[in-house]
Design a protein around this ligand. Structure first.
Ligand code: CA
Ligand code: CA
Ligand code: CA
Length: 243
């Protein structure tokens, strides 16, 4: 007598349920996959922008012999750097802030969420009558990166002595400018003080892990890139910035 038998419907159903749970647990939701791809794409865009800024400095001498200068920010939103004479336009204090001059640098005009990259630079390093060379002391008032907005510029806990900082406003885009809103206007304002710190014109920028709106420090999803002055010099002047 043949004892073999097939699966019952109940057994089949149990197997299907188990498989569904296993597959569901393994597969990342589509929205999360898209977000991860955009984050990776933005990291690539920011890395290319960072390298393009260094390349600009290598080919743009400043007035002092054997010195170079960094690009100024784009202020009016057309992608070209804006100057007032030798200095960057609209500088208040030690830092020039605006947007990445993507036209001058020949790089992407926006991050993976369609927003401009913000760009801050130590003003004296971008002034084409000052600039920097291999013998330069550290800038007296550099940009700094902190893990929260309350840190002191003199004691940053993430990175110090930064020559420039690039900011992507991340998935929420709060505080960003894009092709649809004219220069001077922003998408919705940030609701957390750490994202606000990446909008103002002072020396302190915040770089930390993302958080949701329900945490005390507020929503944060900005992404930053930078180079320190000590890292910049050997990249721009590997042989001493000779003509
Ligand atoms: Ca411009
Ligand atoms: Ca953001
Ligand atoms: Ca700030």
């Amino acid at each position: 007598m043949n004892q073999a038998r097939g699966f019952t419907l109940i057994e089949m159903a149990i197997v299907l349920v188990i498989m569904t749970i296993l597959i569901g647990g393994l597969a990342m939701p589509l929205s999360a996959q898209i977000q991860a791809r955009r984050i990776a794409e933005t990291s690539r865009i920011m890395e290319e922008a960072r390298e393009a800024i260094i390349g600009y400095a290598m080919t743009n001498p400043a007035v002092p012999v054997n010195s170079r200068h960094l690009p100024c920010p784009d202020i009016d939103g057309n992608g070209t750097e804006d100057r007032a004479g030798n200095a960057c336009a609209g500088v208040l204090g030690a830092i020039a802030t605006g947007f990445l001059p993507w036209v001058d640098l020949g790089v992407a005009s926006q991050d993976a969420w369609g927003n401009r990259l913000r760009y801050a630079v130590v003003a004296e390093l971008a002034a084409n009558n000052l600039g920097f060379s291999i013998g330069n002391p550290l800038p007296a008032q550099p940009l700094v990166a902190c893990s929260n907005n309350a840190c002191a510029a003199a004691a940053p806990d993430v990175a110090n002595n930064l020559a420039f900082v690039l900011v992507s406003h991340g998935p929420n885009g709060w505080g960003a400018q894009n092709i649809n809103n004219p220069a001077g206007t922003l998408l919705a304002a940030p609701n957390g003080p750490d994202e606000v710190a990446n909008l103002d014109a002072d020396r302190i920028y915040v770089s930390r892990a993302p958080t949701q709106p329900d945490v005390a420090a507020g929503e944060f999803d900005d992404r930053l890139s930078w180079i320190s002055f000590p890292q910049l010099i050997p990249r721009v002047c590997p042989t001493g910035c000779s003509p």
